[in-house]
Structure formats: structure tokens, C-alpha cells
Design a protein around this ligand. Structure first.
Ligand code: ADE
Ligand code: ZN
Ligand code: ZN
Length: 270
């Protein structure tokens, strides 16, 4: 996702922090909000110190879209690691007393970012470098972009009505209302039913599978040739927007509950 999407995930998660989750995140983030650090990992990946983390934003599933979609860790994760192993690793690091405060702070900032990215279907797909090499247009056929960027930014920002932080806050408010009492109310328990933070790649693998399925069903239901060179801001957007919104809802809700579980595990140590 782009910065607006990540901030939305941060605002949603902040709303679901319990007492322990608030204390734990506020301590490690020096009082900063989840939304304010949600895109840190996207600047860090372009620094010398952070270039190791570029491959941690995605997993490259290799099935034949749209006929088959699945995630296989040994096949798709890569030598330097991927978003699935990164979530498992940074969850452990956030709880590791042998690390410095600054290392544990980075671990929490990575978690906040990667629980967002893992719901972007094209962050779980190899095809054409996660859709980065599928050229498309946005809005009256003049703005040239690519399928990956359309899902990261054009679709969420068109739906939210902007790309700034205030737009994200307002967008998150509507999503929170749907999680509490609206269209996501009866879905949300399923989104967090994968198991424990201590089970290694269990939950992140399940989340990657869940997002990757959508590449076949909703992102490229008729294959890449059906969107290549097309304007996606019309009918395609109409179908895609509710999927993108639901994925951001999932990311935010999961993140809030995941951080609460980490905070509880931290309390049990003392
Ligand atoms: N680079 C390689 N695969 C990618 C993906 N699925 N998403 C983003 N960047 C990528
Ligand atoms: Zn992306
Ligand atoms: Zn990212």
C-alpha cells in the first residue's frame, strides 16, 4: 500500500489496542501513534542501512494466475526472506530482551508496516513483479501507471478521496464503524482466527494465502491480458474498491489484536 493505506491501517489498529497494547506500543514508539510510523519501512528500504529489508515487503507466489493461486513458503519466500518470515522474525524480536530498545522499536515499526502490506493481494504475487510490469491507465486514459501502483494507491486514494493523513483518519473512521457494527462485524473474527504469535510463520502464512487467493478471484480474474494497457478507473475500480477497503480493514484489525497479544506476552515475562 501507499502512505495513505498504511496510515489507514495504523488508525484502525490504534482503535483496537487494549490497555496492555497501548502501554507496549507507546513505550516502544516513544509516544508516537501507529499511523505516524506506518510508512517508515518504505523510506528505510531505500537507505543503505535498510536495503536488506526490500524483499521483506512481499512474497512472490508462483502459481498460474488466474487458474491457480497458492502460497508455498519453500518455493515463494526467497533466500533473503519475505513478508511471511519477516512478520514471524520481527514478532520475536519485539519481545527479545537481549536486543536494544532501538532494535525492538524497529521490530514494532516493521510489524505495523508488514501487517498492512500482507493484505495487498499483489504483495503476495510474483506475476510480472507483483503487477509492477503490467501497464495500465487511471482516469480518462491519460495517467499511465501500473497494476501494482493502482492497488497500492489509485484504488484506495480514489475511494478515500485523497492521499493525506487527514483523509486516512476519516477513511479509517468509516472502516472502524463497519468493523464494530457494519458489513465487517461478522467477518472480523475469522480474520484473526489463525492462532498464536508464538507459532512462527503460522499466522503470516495464512494471511498471505488469504490475500493471494484474491489475485485469482478479483485482481486478475481474466488474466493479465485483460487489464494490460486498459483504463482501470471505471468498471474495474467499481469491483476492486470494496475488496481493497476490506483488505485495509483486515490489516488494521489484525494489527491491533496482534500488538495486544505481543503486549500480553511481554507482561507475562515479568
Ligand atoms: N518485487 C518483487 N515482487 C514484488 C511484489 N510482489 N510486490 C512488490 N514488489 C515486488
Ligand atoms: Zn506495493
Ligand atoms: Zn511496503
Amino acid at each position: 500500500w501507499g502512505a495513505m493505506g498504511h496510515a489507514t491501517v495504523g488508525y484502525i489498529a490504534q482503535n483496537y489496542l487494549d490497555g496492555a497494547g497501548k502501554i507496549f506500543t507507546s513505550h516502544l514508539l516513544g509516544g508516537a501513534s501507529l499511523a505516524s510510523v506506518a510508512s517508515w519501512a518504505d523510506s528505510y528500504r531505500y537507505t543503505d542501512a535498510g536495503k536488506f529489508s526490500a524483499s521483506l515487503h512481499y512474497i512472490d507466489a508462483h502459481d498460474e494466475v488466474p487458474h491457480k493461486c497458492s502460497v508455498k513458503l519453500d518455493r515463494d519466500c526467497g533466500e533473503e526472506g519475505c513478508i511471511v518470515t519477516a512478520i514471524a522474525n520481527y514478532t520475536d524480536r519485539a519481545l527479545n530482551d537481549n536486543l536494544t530498545l532501538s532494535e525492538r522499536t524497529d521490530a514494532v515499526k516493521f510489524i505495523i508496516h508488514f501487517l498492512g502490506d500482507i493484505t495487498q493481494p499483489l504483495h503476495t504475487e510474483n506475476l510480472d513483479v507483483g503487477g509492477n510490469e503490467i501497464s495500465v491507465f487511471w482516469g480518462n486514459g491519460t495517467a499511465k501507471t501500473n497494476l501494482h501502483a493502482a492497488w497500492d494507491r489509485s484504488i484506495p486514494e480514489t475511494l478515500a478521496g485523497g492521499s493525506d493523513d487527514a483523509t486516512a483518519a476519516k477513511f479509517a473512521k468509516g472502516i472502524i464503524a463497519d468493523l464494530d457494527t457494519g458489513i465487517y462485524k461478522d467477518l472480523k473474527e475469522d480474520w484473526t482466527s489463525c492462532g498464536s504469535i508464538k507459532r512462527g510463520t503460522g499466522c503470516p502464512k495464512a494471511w498471505a494465502q488469504d490475500a493471494n487467493k484474491l489475485v485469482c478471484s478479483d485482481v486478475l480474474p481474466d488474466g493479465p491480458d485483460a487489464v494490460e494497457g486498459k483504463d482501470l478507473s471505471g468498471d474495474y475500480y467499481t469491483k476492486a474498491a470494496p475488496i481493497a477497503r476490506q483488505q485495509l480493514a483486515k490489516g488494521g484489525y489484525r494489527l491491533g489484536l496482534w500488538l495486544n497479544k505481543i503486549a500480553k506476552a511481554e507482561q507475562l515475562k515479568c
